[in-house]
Write a protein that binds this ligand. Sequence first.
Ligand code: CA
Length: 425
Amino acid sequence: MADSSLTSFLDGADQSPFPIQNLPYGVFVPPAASSPRVGVAIGDHVLDLAVLQEEGHFEHPDVQAAEPFSEATLNTFMGLGQDAWSAVRERLQTLLRADTADLRDDAALRERALHERASVTMRMPVDVGDYTDFYSSEHHARNVGSMFRDPENALKPNWKHLPVGYHGRASSVILSGEDVRRPCGQTRPDADQPPVYGPSQLLDFELEVGFFVGPGNPRETPIPIEETPQHIFGFCLVNDWSARDIQGWEYEPLGPFLGKSFATSISPWIVPTAALLPFRVSGPEQDPAPLDYLQQDADWTFDVALDVGLQTPSMDAPHTVCETNFRHMYWTVCQQLAHHTVNGCNVRPGDLMASGTISGPTKDSYGSMLELSWRGQEPVELPGGETRSFLEDGDHVVMRGHADGDDYQIGFGSVEGTVRPASCQ
Ligand code: CA
């Protein structure tokens, strides 16, 4: 870990989830301003990159030409590519170092460029043009396959040959903190009766990690797997809210539709890929070996601890219902992106690709209520005596993630949301 010795001049930053080794990107509005701009989180502060840009701190020609940090989304910066990302990150780490005077000793610049994190308003960091959701955790796929089909044939024949995915809905990707209204729709609770319309009775969360696409590719020009890392800007936490009863009735033969498209929440801070490189680990052995276009020598699975907290209206604090890890993914993000484009499909800056529910091997590591309550057969017990099989109105869900180094932590922050009652017409 080459940069583990980096320290910041900002008090407390080194021990926080947002040390100088992290520097996640977000879009925010400072207290005394009205226009959103790009910043990075550092300790208890946000560093305002629009101010630094104005002051000429970024010398990379593409950054100078595009001025991406005074924009209301990260899309332009994401499209500039690896060389610009590295130059900016290097400059930010230099400015924030304990042994660099430029920002540390310039009170006027600090006053303009550093905001208390608690004082700013976070915005949706990306204009998500397309959202794709994969299904890449083997434990999750086996659990769901066992519940709805047969434990002996839990995985469909394609599952170990390609990263299964579907095209999600970008318009309903929302920022952490926004409430989620229980969706209404068509279900068939009784298999011997006609379907009915009404509020979903089986509302669920899905714990996922998403990545944002960088420059992307022209149509008809697939991204070879060895080039995929240059197109992965960074990562966030994703709660892919799901209505299991709507999904169960609608999904055959074309897959998820309205059971998924009402809301997908993301965390506000996007952890750059560079910050996660020290946490790469080898994933599960892939047997059978994937086809050549999906074969990769390097490790691109990440050791990121994840957990889910559930707080009902009668509880004082969230109770941890799931602890798992991003390393349980069978398919890597590189394999997902190579597969996504192998047919010539173009992906664009700001496209969101989510992992699919991340479940581990044990019952306390399942990433959805569907699995934790085993389809409602084994309700989850909460402190105070309540139980839950699925989410009820007023329930608050918080997902967190962090990668732990020897002497620092890369925090993802959280993605949170509260369930509001349905309003069916
Ligand atoms: Ca999902």
